[in-house]
Design a protein. Structure first.
Length: 76
């Protein structure tokens, strides 16, 4: 099975939070309420500078994913 790069999630225990789950390496979850990032797995093959650059790019991609999802939701 091929998995998408990002998933959008919510949880009844956190009704004000929206989560974006990144399923490619390195796996992490972003809470859009406060932009907190929780790593599911650490990026062991990247040094701190590379990780920061990679995370900036991934967070921008996650935001673009969320914007596209919201546009589709609003059309329905």
């Amino acid at each position: 099975m091929e998995l998408p790069k990002f998933l959008l999630g919510d949880n009844t225990d956190f009704p004000d939070d929206i989560f974006i789950i990144h399923l490619d390496y390195p796996r992490f979850i972003i809470n859009l309420k406060d932009d907190e990032v929780e790593f599911i797995e650490e990026a062991e093959d990247l040094d701190e500078a590379e990780l920061n650059t990679e995370m900036e790019s991934l967070i921008e991609a996650a935001n673009a994913f969320y914007d596209r999802e919201m546009e589709l939701y609003e059309k329905e």
